[in-house]
Design a protein. Structure first.
Length: 453
């Protein structure tokens, strides 16, 4: 019952019906062109011969008709001629047929007319036209069609024997294909149900045949990887947010309790509470943006942008901060550096990198920003004379809410570099750190020709 409901089996059965129908049609056309059409041509020929002999009979009588039949027998022809002439009284005038019906209600007869020569029997079948002459005489005239009769019999035998075999093999093949494909589909279904009941880290096994089902399994595995990344991002976000919310919420609660205990809250308490609210709002906004970037769920349009201008705008924004902190700020930004990306996200990433550099560089230090073409990339180099980041922490600082031990005392959310990493990911870029006398950030973004979109 399960086999009948299999789509593969039904499709195979449908194809089998089509295949058998094609065989029937092929046999029909073969029979028509090799049996029916030649037989019709012979019938037309016999009609013409009968008409000619009727004219001979009317003009010369039965003797002339008998001579014409004798001459017809000795005339070279592709098919052996048969005939019989019976007068109005029923007497046989001439004949080379072994027998015929005494009376016939049909115009066309098929008569076994085997020929015996030197003890050998030659099978012959005569197609006979039973023609009545004017005075009641009877003219039987025909041709040998033994070959057409044998061919017709062979076509019938082929249809009777081959079609059942073809249908049986088709159904058996359909069952075998359905079983083979069904087993693969059941394996996919079983693996999918197992994954539903466990974790997204499991994968659907491939059969190694590189067929449609293997490609489907590979596509499902790719989808599972995307879902696993999204689920992990959501989990990490939930854990990080829950952990990071404790301190600001505790401070906010303390400020609100102080204001509730006071008959007239001081402007300072209100300002501190608002600062905590703003900090929480900024945290949620950054976390949401990073999550959308990492999971690919946000609708982000990438178009041609002038990276030189974006970096220059970010540098202008932080030039005043550098002056306030007594930092030397060196710029070397080549013009005409174009990329395909989101101007807003790239600007915000540049600002995050500059903010970190200036925040952790002590007064009297230096920050430099350089941008130039390097092969097929835009190479952005940001260097500072701050404490740097130990090599073993280079990967960790790109995670959400992670802050290096040296930066624990500085204000911040630990989301700046995580944001830069997420933006870098959707721009197919690369991000690397090197620590020596300070920190050196190497950021690469694919370079495009201006006007190429």
């Amino acid at each position: 019952m399960k086999l009948v409901h299999s789509l593969t089996f039904r499709l195979t059965l449908l194809y089998s019906i089509y295949f058998c129908s094609l065989i029937v049609v092929s046999l029909y056309f073969f029979h028509y062109f090799h049996v029916v059409s030649p037989t019709d041509n012979i019938k037309n020929q016999l009609h013409r011969e009968a008409a000619e002999l009727s004219v001979v009979y009317e003009r010369g009588g039965i003797v002339a008709a008998s001579r014409a039949l004798e001459a017809r027998r000795h005339k070279e022809a592709e098919r052996y001629p048969f005939d019989a002439l019976i007068d109005a009284r029923g007497a046989v005038v001439t004949s080379n047929l072994p027998s015929w019906p005494a009376r016939s209600s049909q115009d066309w007869l098929r008569i076994e007319a085997d020929l015996h020569l030197d003890g050998q029997e030659e099978d012959r079948e005569a197609l006979i036209l039973d023609h009545r002459l004017g005075d009641g005489a009877r003219l039987l005239i025909g041709r040998n069609i033994e070959d057409l009769d044998d061919l017709e019999e062979q076509v019938g035998q082929a249809a009777a024997s081959f079609l059942p075999i073809a249908a049986t093999l088709a159904i058996a093949g359909g069952a075998l294909i359905s079983w083979s494909v069904g087993r693969r589909i059941e394996a996919l279904d079983s693996a999918a149900r197992r994954i539903m009941g466990s974790t997204l880290s499991d994968r659907i096994p491939l059969a190694g045949k590189n067929d449609d089902l293997d490609r489907l399994a590979a596509t499902l595995n790719a989808m599972l990887r995307r879902l696993e990344v999204a689920a992990d991002a959501l989990r990490r976000t939930s854990d990080s947010v829950a952990h990071e919310l404790r301190t600001p919420l505790a401070r906010l609660q303390s400020h609100l309790e102080d204001m509730a205990a006071s008959e007239s809250p001081s402007p300072g308490s209100i300002a501190r509470a608002l600062n905590e609210v703003e900090r929480l709002a900024a945290m949620f906004d950054t976390v949401l943006t990073v999550t959308q970037l990492e999971s690919g769920s946000g609708a982000i349009t990438l178009r041609e942008v002038d990276m030189s201008q974006i970096l220059a705008d970010a540098a202008d924004l932080y030039a005043g901060i550098a002056e306030e902190r007594n930092l030397r700020f060196d710029l070397r930004i080549d013009a005409g550096l174009h990329a395909r990306g989101s101007a807003g996200l790239l600007f915000r990433s540049a600002c995050n990198l500059l903010d970190n550099a200036m925040k952790y560089t002590p007064g009297g230090g230096a920050v430099s920003l350089e941008a130039r073409a390097a092969g097929r990339d835009i190479l952005i180099l940001l260097s500072d004379t701050g404490p740097g980041i130990p090599a073993e922490l280079h990967d960790l600082v790109l995670q959400r809410f992670y802050r290096a031990p040296a930066a624990a005392a500085m204000p911040g959310l630990g989301m700046g570099l995580a944001f830069v990493a997420a933006v870098n990911g959707i721009h197919n870029g690369s991000l690397a750190f090197a620590s020596g006398k300070g920190l050196r950030v190497e950021w690469r973004i694919p370079l495009i020709e201006p006007g190429s979109g």
